[in-house]
Design a protein around this ligand. Structure first.
Ligand code: OXD
Ligand code: MN
Length: 664
């Protein structure tokens, strides 16, 4: 009898009340584990390579998947195998294992919520160790001008990558369980969705992938003979351990590598257990390999939120928006509009897969099923819908905890009881701001199911996707960049995306904040040469049957001379979305400027705004600023994109330059 059957039999014979108690009890989980181990030795699973199938059905895996698993068992040498089915019972088991191993603890004040703390050396994506491997370097990155260091991705030759992988993966799962995760990016069975199989030795990764993707047996039933993306992940700490773990969090930061092999539809990630390094469906698959698949197959994989906006007349439009990491994508995607009668609904907060349909409409799906959002800054004031989403079934990582069994981070000061004591993410008890150190790590996260968000769009899982009428680019621009402007046409819009810049907290060796180039908010996520990516975007202009969305640029972050934000942001951003909505409807409410169409005076609906906004300052276009901007963008294209810059983009730059130089 299979382990799964044993688990089912146990649950079936138990009265509901008893079952509820039993499932919370570690003893129950231990018993399942023991029985499962016993059952796993049975040949009835047809698991030929080795005998230690701990959970799941080998025979239910398509042959191609079996071969992929077998191949990697031989290399990684796990002790046991767990084939994920995505059931609640399985999740209980995983949470038990993670508790037993000291990797998570329950947060009793919240419903089925957990706190994980990582090794402080494993807290973020590591761009410096993220590679794309192709025969030709130029397929992956533009060759920068001589003497300049390229910043548009990292390439490694297949031979060098082989050497790197061979130094790491053999035996890397010894003593551990290999989990086999079948997952779908996008609604299961949608023509826009794609399937992946992730092999990992981290139960934390399984629990997170269960939230972030559609995961389990239902995915296998749609796989058939189709291709799947092969995702191999190891934390790189075989057992027995050679050195003690930090925070019981297995990882191997010195050896971390995240590699993409487009020719083989394969991702190999080693050494990190956190975020985009290890949840391989997200940045690695949905953006880097996704953008390559989109290029090959004629669609777009973008770092964009997707929202629906319903106006006070009940008309609705969908928009996709690209902002760099930590610029408020999640806040915008879940916004509560201040404009009376308006409603925002959320389709996704981070990634959009978009394809033109047979009628020439651009349609978008959110390939993810959860939110992996930055916690600090999220509060009832900034994002009440996110706050309501994360009170249940959520895994928090590297946030601080309160003495009453809840969570804390910068931004929640007004929302925790005054009496609550705070333990920082580093475990420092009785934390106070006077310590000079943040309570939560700035990249601490919540991992929470999208379906719990109170404003999910009714069509967020629609297999054909939602129709996109506007594409919005934006960033943090403290100076010079107006609240909103509209591209004159598609090519101008592509140029705007290519010239995106945003203020980012600089790496430790810099002081203060710097405005960095982040074209299309994709700089860390391009799967192929950015010049070729631009050509791909431009190619849609040439297809006369397509109804191309209008393109916009927004900036919520302009500051006055005193360094104060001019625009209130958050729910007030609905006023900008409303203007975009009306423009898409063909309303005559824009006037040309050097940078694009901007709202005519009084055409932004400011009804009921409870703050004085200096509209002149918000839309001012200082000539010297824009002359500098043109120079800077020109230098960037010249140095970084070099020979691969499409001439259409250079033409748009020259047109902007002329318009700026003739400005009064
Ligand atoms: C993210 C990011 O985690 O963009 O979404 O860094
Ligand atoms: Mn992101």
């Amino acid at each position: 009898m299979g382990s799964l059957e044993i688990i089912r039999r146990n649950s079936a014979s138990m009265p509901a009340q008893e079952m509820r108690e039993e499932t919370c009890c570690p003893k129950f989980a231990t018993r399942i584990l023991k029985e499962a181990v016993k059952a796993g030795t049975s040949q009835s699973h047809g698991y030929a390579t080795q005998k230690n199938l701990l959970y799941g059905y080998w025979n239910k895996l398509p042959k191609k998947v079996q071969s992929y698993v077998e191949e990697n068992i031989k290399i990684c040498k796990p002790s046991t195998l767990h084939i994920c089915d995505g059931s609640d019972r399985e999740n209980e088991l995983l949470m038990y294992i993670l508790q037993r191993d000291g990797m998570i603890k329950p947060l009793p004040k919240l419903e089925n919520c957990w706190l994980a703390k990582t090794d402080p050396a494993d807290v973020a994506r590591v761009e410096s160790k993220t590679f794309i491997s192709t025969e030709e370097e130029r397929d992956t990155i533009p060759i920068p001008k001589s003497g300049v260091k390229g910043t548009l991705g990292k390439w490694m030759s297949p031979e060098d990558l082989d050497t790197e992988l061979n130094m790491r993966f053999p035996g890397c799962m010894e003593g551990r369980t290999m989990y086999v995760i079948p997952f779908s990016m996008g609604p299961v069975g949608s023509p826009l969705s794609k399937i992946g199989i992730q092999l990992t030795d981290s139960a934390y990764v399984v629990a997170s992938m269960r939230v972030m993707t559609r995961m389990g047996s239902k995915v296998l039933s749609t796989l058939g003979n189709n291709e799947f993306i092969k995702c191999l992940h190891s934390v790189g700490r075989p057992l027995p351990l050679q050195e003690k773990l930090n925070n019981n969090w297995p990882c191997n930061p010195k050896q971390t590598i995240i590699a993409h092999l487009p020719a083989k539809n394969e991702i190999c990630s080693y050494g990190s257990g956190y975020g985009g390094n290890s949840l391989l469906g997200k940045k690695c698959f949905a953006l880097r390999l996704g953008s390559i698949l989109g290029h090959r197959e004629g669609w777009l994989a973008e770092h964009m939120l997707i929202l629906g906006l319903e106006n006070d007349k009940g008309e609705k439009k969908y928009m996709a928006a690209a902002f760099p990491s930590a610029c408020g994508k999640t806040n915008l995607a879940m916004m509560t509009p201040t404009l009376p009668g308006y409603k925002v609904t959320c389709v996704g907060d981070d990634i959009a897969w978009m394809r033109f349909d047979k009628d020439g409409r651009l349609r978008a799906i959110n390939p993810e099923a959860g939110f992996f959002g930055v916690a600090p800054g999220t509060s009832m004031k900034t994002n009440p819908n996110a706050m309501k989403t994360i009170t249940r079934n959520t895994v928090f990582t590297n946030v601080a905890e309160t003495s009453e069994g809840s969570v804390f981070w910068e931004g929640l000061e007004e929302e925790v009881p005054r009496t609550a004591q705070i333990t920082s993410w580093l475990g420092v008890p009785e934390w106070t701001p006077d310590s000079g150190k943040p309570a939560a790590h700035p990249n601490s996260r919540f991992c929470t199911p999208a379906k719990q968000c109170p404003i999910m769009d009714p069509d967020w899982e629609s297999p054909e996707g939602v129709p996109i009428d506007a594409i919005i680019f934006g960033g943090r621009r403290p100076e010079g960049v107006p609240l909103v402007y509209e591209a004159y046409n598609w090519n101008h819009g592509v140029f705007i995306g290519a010239s995106m810049r945003s203020e980012a907290t600089a790496a430790a060796e810099h002081k203060g904040k710097v405005v960095m180039h982040d074209p299309f908010a994709m700089r860390p996520f391009f799967g192929y040469n950015f010049g070729h990516y631009l050509k791909h975007w431009l190619s849609f202009q040439e297809q006369s049957n397509l109804k191309l969305p209008k393109i916009y640029h927004v900036n919520w972050f302009r500051k006055d001379d005193q360094g104060k934000f001019i625009w209130p942001g958050f729910g007030e951003n609905s006023r900008v979305l409303d203007w975009i909505f009306r423009r898409v409807n063909g309303e005559d409410c824009a006037v040309q400027s050097a940078v694009g169409n901007i709202p005519t005076p009084n055409s932004l609906n400011m009804e009921g705004i409870n703050q004085n906004v200096d509209m002149e300052a918000l839309f001012a276009l200082p000539k010297d600023f824009w002359q500098r901007e043109v120079k800077e963008v020109s230098k960037y294209f010249d140095e970084q994109v070099n020979e691969d810059l499409p001439p259409e983009i250079m033409q748009e730059l020259r047109k902007l330059e002329t318009r700026v130089n003739t400005m009064l």
